[in-house]
Design a protein around this ligand. Structure first.
Ligand code: IZC
Ligand code: ZN
Length: 422
C-alpha cells in the first residue's frame, strides 16, 4: 500500500513506453493522463492511473497531496554538464562581445585553461560548495539526475579531485550524479607542442579512475584545434578497452568526423551536433546514438542551432541538456533549454519532454530506473504550476516548478529546496 499519493493531477505526463531511446516520430508519442494520480511506496512508484482509484492504496499513514491545476512530469535529466569547477569567466564576456570566438579565447590561453588554473588551486571543499550550490539551483528547476564531467584538471590529481567531489555530492545531495571522465578536454599549456605525451598522460589516468569507480563514461572534446579525429578515436578506443561507456563532443564548431567515431565505437551519445552534416543524421539514428543537443550554448555563443527537425525526420532520438559550464553555457536552468528547444530548434512540447526525461536517461544508461512515471521506477517527479505542457514552453525565462520529489521525498517546495542535509 502507499506511503504517498499525489492525486487530481491536471496533466500527468507519464512517458510510459519502451525503456529505450525514443526515436523520430516516437518522440511525439507521449501519454498524458488527465486527472491522474501516482502512488509511491518507499522510493518507488507502485501505481499510476486516473480518477479516484488511488483510494485502493490509502492507509492510515498515507500522505495525500492534491495537485489540482498542476502538471506532473518525470524528474528532469540533465545529461551533459561540466558541474564541478572553480571560478567563473565573466571577464571574457567583453572579449566575446568584441568578436573573439570561443576557440580564439582558448588559443590565447583563456577559456577552459583559465578554469583549469583555478580548479587546480581550489580545495576539495571549495569545489564541493560551489557545485552543491549549482545542484540546488538545478533541483529547484526540476532536474533530479545530472551528468558531471571532469576536465578542468588535465592532471591526475585534479581530475580525481573533481570526480571525488561529484562522488561525494552523489552520496550527500538528493540529485543523482552520473560521472564522466573528460581528461581530454583541452591541451594544458605545458603540453601545447607535445600532444602525444598528453594523450598518453590521459590514458594513464584511465585505469585508476575505472578501478575506483570514479566515472562510468569517458568523453573527448573532438574539435578543430582541440582533439583531432585521430586523437579522439585513439583516446576513446583506449577508454573502451578500460571498460568506460563513451560520449563525444561532436561537431560543435566544425565537423571533423566525430559522428563516424561515435558509430564505430558505439558511443552512447554524441553531443552538440550543431555543424553535423545532414547525411550523418541517419547514421546516428541507425546506431541508436543519443543526439544530445545543447541549445543554451548556441544561444550564449550567439551561434547556429542544431537542425533538430531534420534529425527527427531522419529518425534520431534527441536529448536536451544545459551543458552547464563557466564558459559557453553558464546556466543551470533546464527549463530555459526546453524553451530554446521550442523557439530555436522548433521541437514540439511533447518532443521536448521526451528529450529531457526518457531520452536523457538513455544518454546516461539509466533508462530502466528513471525517465518515466511508471510502476517500478524511482519516484522522481516534478509538479509544475502550469495549466498544460504547452504553457511550460510558451511562458519562457521563469521557473515554473512548484514542488519536486526525489526518491519519493519532497525536496523542493514552492521553488525552495527543503531536503534534509546528510
Ligand atoms: O569550460 O568552456 N565546450 N567545453 C567544450 C566547454 C565548452 C566547457 C568550457
Ligand atoms: Zn560540454
Amino acid at each position: 500500500m502507499g506511503d504517498l499519493i499525489i492525486k487530481n493531477i491536471a496533466q500527468l505526463v507519464t512517458m510510459r513506453g519502451p525503456n529505450r531511446l525514443r526515436q523520430g516520430e516516437e518522440m511525439r508519442d507521449v501519454e498524458i493522463l488527465e486527472n491522474g494520480y501516482v502512488v509511491v511506496k518507499d522510493d518507488k512508484i507502485i501505481a499510476v492511473g486516473t480518477g479516484d482509484v488511488y483510494k485502493n492504496y490509502l492507509e492510515n499513514h498515507t500522505a495525500v497531496v492534491d495537485a489540482t491545476g498542476l502538471v506532473m512530469t518525470p524528474g528532469l535529466v540533465d545529461s551533459h554538464t561540466h558541474l564541478v569547477h572553480a571560478g567563473s569567466r565573466e571577464h571574457e564576456l567583453t572579449m566575446k562581445l568584441e568578436g573573439y570566438s570561443y576557440l580564439d579565447i582558448l588559443k590565447a590561453g583563456g577559456g577552459i585553461l583559465n578554469t583549469v588554473q583555478k580548479t587546480r588551486k581550489a580545495s576539495f571543499t571549495e569545489l564541493y560548495d560551489k557545485a552543491k550550490k549549482s545542484l540546488d539551483i538545478m533541483l529547484s528547476y526540476g532536474t533530479t539526475t545530472v551528468e558531471a564531467k571532469s576536465g578542468y584538471g588535465l592532471d591526475v590529481d585534479t581530475e580525481v579531485k573533481q570526480l571525488e567531489v561529484a562522488k561525494k555530492l552523489n552520496d550527500t545531495h538528493p540529485v543523482d550524479i552520473v560521472s564522466t571522465f573528460m581528461g581530454a578536454h583541452a591541451y594544458p599549456s605545458d603540453y601545447k607542442d607535445n600532444h602525444e605525451a598528453f594523450i598518453e598522460t590521459v590514458i594513464d589516468m584511465m585505469p585508476y579512475i575505472k578501478e575506483h569507480g570514479l566515472a562510468e563514461f569517458c568523453d573527448v572534446f573532438c574539435e578543430r584545434d582541440v582533439f583531432s579525429y585521430e586523437e579522439s578515436l585513439y583516446l576513446l578506443e583506449k577508454a573502451k578497452e578500460y571498460g568506460f561507456m563513451l560520449k563525444i563532443h561532436a561537431d560543435e564548431m566544425d565537423s571533423i568526423g566525430a559522428v563516424d567515431i561515435a558509430c564505430m565505437l558505439g558511443c552512447v551519445s554524441a553531443d552538440h551536433l550543431v555543424e553535423t552534416k545532414e547525411e550523418d543524421f541517419e547514421k546516428l539514428a541507425k546506431y541508436h546514438i543519443v543526439a544530445n543537443l545543447l541549445p543554451a550554448t548556441s544561444f550564449n555563443l550567439n551561434k547556429g542551432y542544431a537542425k533538430a527537425r531534420k534529425m527527427i525526420e531522419a529518425g534520431c532520438g534527441i536529448a536536451l541538456s544545459t551543458d552547464y559550464n563557466p564558459g559557453s553555457s553558464p546556466t543551470e536552468n533546464i527549463q530555459l533549454v526546453m524553451q530554446l528547444a521550442g523557439l530555436k530548434l522548433k521541437m514540439t512540447p511533447k518532443e521536448i519532454l521526451t528529450a529531457v526525461t526518457i531520452n536523457g536517461a538513455c544518454a546516461l544508461n539509466r533508462e530502466k530506473e528513471i525517465g518515466s512515471i511508471e510502476v517500478g521506477k524511482k519516484a522522481d517527479f516534478v509538479l509544475f504550476d502550469v495549466p498544460n505542457i504547452d504553457y511550460l514552453i510558451y511562458h519562457f525565462g521563469i521557473n515554473h516548478v512548484k514542488d519536486v520529489y526525489k526518491n519519493g521525498k519532497l525536496v523542493v517546495h514552492n521553488q525552495r529546496v527543503c531536503y534534509k542535509e546528510e
